[in-house]
Design a protein. Structure first.
Ligand SMILES: Nc1ncnc2c1ncn2[C@@H]1O[C@H](COP(=O)(O)OP(=O)(O)OP(=O)(O)O)[C@@H](O)[C@H]1O
Ligand SMILES: [Mg+2]
Length: 144
């Protein structure tokens, strides 16, 4: 898989900047990518995912998939936006039929991936931290 350079370590001062970061990042994602987005409540995971969706040519509004577990969006590459917040663990994720998407041709973005241990080794891990000044720091690990 090609190297994804962004965001290795970036700061966002606003939701708009976070969307732009997500778009820049999303443009580099090949089909089959799995993005594990870690960060506290309100860190900006869903906002960042909106930017990824824009990069994939998705016009539809990305909403929080908390209750649905998976939001499916048709784009240049399909986007599967998942939220593991309410899951007890891997078994719940499997029962929701979500595991097979991780090995498909779409792009999976997973919020609250720390609830799961079954994520594939090729997952790109992005951590969002809210700084004391309210700005968001994006840090990327994996896939390098
Ligand atoms: N720099 C920023 N980047 C992203 N969001 C920001 C930023 N500054 C403020 N915000 C606000 O923070 C909130 C982020 O919400 P978002 O739904 O993306 O969080 P989340 O990480 O998905 O949370 P949850 O775990 O509840 O799903 C929004 O209300 C947004 O307007
Ligand atoms: Mg969210």
């Amino acid at each position: 898989m090609k190297r994804v350079d962004c965001p290795a370590d970036r700061i966002s001062s606003s939701p708009e900047e976070t969307i732009a970061l997500g778009e820049e990042f999303g443009k580099q994602l090949p089909p089959g990518s799995v993005v594990a987005l870690t960060g506290t409540l309100g860190a900006g995971k869903t906002v960042f995912t909106r930017g990824i969706a824009l990069a994939l040519g998705i016009g539809e509004e990305i909403t929080s998939p908390t209750y649905a577990i998976i939001g499916e969006y048709e784009g240049r590459i399909p986007l599967y936006h998942m939220d593991a917040y309410r899951l007890a663990g891997d078994d719940d994720f499997r029962l929701a039929g979500a595991e097979e998407y991780l090995y498909g041709e779409g792009i999976c973005v997973i919020e609250w991936p720390e609830r799961l241990t079954l994520l594939p080794g090729h997952a790109i891990r992005v951590t969002i931290t809210i700084r004391d000044d309210g700005k968001r720091r994006f840090h990327r690990e994996g896939n390098s």
